[in-house]
Design a protein around this ligand. Structure first.
Ligand code: FE2
Length: 424
């Protein structure tokens, strides 16, 4: 007897009317009209089954602090950093944990079961590190959580960051972070990239840096990151997050950069909600969009994933941790409205994110983990258009979240009309 069969699903690659069978936490069969029986059967009636959403870039230590101790009225990156500085002395392990757990519940309800969270190590008490290490263990049955040691106030600029970052790694934080554009000079930024890549190579860890989160076209730390990735044999294990300066770079320079990035197999994480909100703040009009060159990066064969980055925190006052919101914004900002382009956008919050995190057993093929989300939409494109209800969220063959289908009933003269926005 199987644990779960979900019948008549559409798959992200366009296959329709397939049944997915799960036993002992893993997918054992994906085929039309399976004869087998299961303890629980769900008729998906032609709705989309997707592997769970992946958030490749988040800050779980700052989330759900909106309004504490005050609201970021200007909405700028700098006021956000100031605000976080005001809040830091009042943090406790308990309050960080409680907020992070509440956030995880929101993520599960939205079908996101893998998250890479940066955690601030520019705090000598390492409160957030200790809190999120506990959250990582407690949430493990439901969410694959990876932590990045993130020197928010600079690796060199904040004197204790280097020691704190090593302590965080000793405690079990998974990935080496960085913020080269925030160091005092370009040279210090480049030196931080070198030092942090060497540290990762020494410890056999991955790297994920906030890199060139700036509108300055001369912020070129990605070049240095790619160079040390090659030099140290870190190909496939290094991620450049944000890379917003690439939006403003000279086209000729980018034409040299893209092949180097592809050769070093660096991953790119764009954060459309935050990039469109925070970048271009020094522009009058025209205003730059600030998001990195997602379309061109994908065309160059570079793995691009999306992150939510922040939610209800000093930098971003909106969101409910819906990765489809992120993809929806990304496709608009990146002008990726072609049919194939929208399909690739859906990958940025699913398969491409799984590559960034190096997840094992991710996907909807036999042998993969029994993890998925059933959406109230029939295709990835419709999901991007409707940002639909997550009808069922499945983890290792068990339904861990359910949301009833959403429809509006109109009471008009002499008739009742149901509207669910499906097309055709
Ligand atoms: Fe970030």
């Amino acid at each position: 007897m199987l644990d779960l069969i979900i019948r008549k699903v559409n798959l992200p690659d366009g296959r329709k009317g397939f049944d997915i069978a799960i036993k002992d936490g893993a997918i054992v069969d994906v085929a039309a009209n399976l004869k087998a029986k299961a303890k629980r059967e769900i008729d998906a009636t032609g709705r989309l089954a997707s592997p769970p959403f992946v958030d490749s870039h988040f800050h779980m230590d700052t989330t759900l602090t909106y309004g504490q101790p005050r609201v970021n009225e200007s909405g700028t990156l700098l006021e956000g950093i100031e605000l976080w500085g005001e809040l830091k002395p009042h943090l406790t392990v308990e309050s960080i944990k409680a907020r992070a757990m509440q956030f995880c519940h929101w993520a599960i309800a939205r079908g996101t079961l893998a998250i890479r969270s940066h955690v601030d190590v520019s705090d000598d008490r390492l409160l957030a590190v200790n809190a999120l290490l506990e959250v990582r263990e407690e949430i493990k049955p439901y969410i694959d959580l990876q932590l990045v040691a993130f020197p928010q106030d600079g690796y060199f600029r904040y004197p204790a960051s280097a020691a704190n970052l090593e302590r965080a790694l000793d405690l079990g934080v998974d990935v080496v972070g960085g913020i080269p554009h925030f160091e005092r000079t370009m040279a210090e930024g480049a030196a931080s990239v070198k030092a942090l890549c060497e540290l990762a190579a020494e410890r056999g860890l991955a790297v994920d840096m906030h890199c060139d989160e700036s509108d300055d076209p001369l912020s070129r730390h990605i070049e240095t990151l790619v160079f040390h990735t090659q030099r140290l044999g870190l190909q496939g294990r290094v991620t450049g997050s944000h890379l917003t300066s690439m939006h403003s770079m000279d086209n000729y320079y980018v034409s040299k950069l893209l092949p180097l990035m592809a050769e070093a197999r660096v991953h790119v994480v764009a954060n459309p909600l935050m990039n469109i909100t925070l970048q271009g703040r020094h522009d009058t009009y025209p205003k730059r969009r600030g998001m990195t060159r997602v379309k061109e990066l994908l065309e160059a064969g570079i793995n691009v994933a999306f992150g939510h980055d922040g939610m209800m925190d000093p930098w971003y006052s909106l969101g409910s941790h819906d990765m489809i919101d992120v993809a929806h914004m990304g496709l608009h900002v990146g002008q990726m409205t072609g049919v194939k382009q929208m399909r690739r956008i859906f990958d940025t919050i699913t398969y491409n994110g799984a590559k960034v995190l190096g997840l094992e057993g991710y996907g909807l093929e036999p042998g993969c983990n029994g993890d998925m989300v059933i959406l109230q939409a029939s295709t990835p494109q419709e999901a991007l258009r409707l940002r639909p209800a997550r009808l069922f969220v499945v983890r290792r063959g068990k339904v861990i979240a359910e949301t009833p289908p959403v429809a509006s009933r109109l009471e008009l003269v002499n008739r009742t009309v149901e509207v669910d926005f499906r097309y055709p």
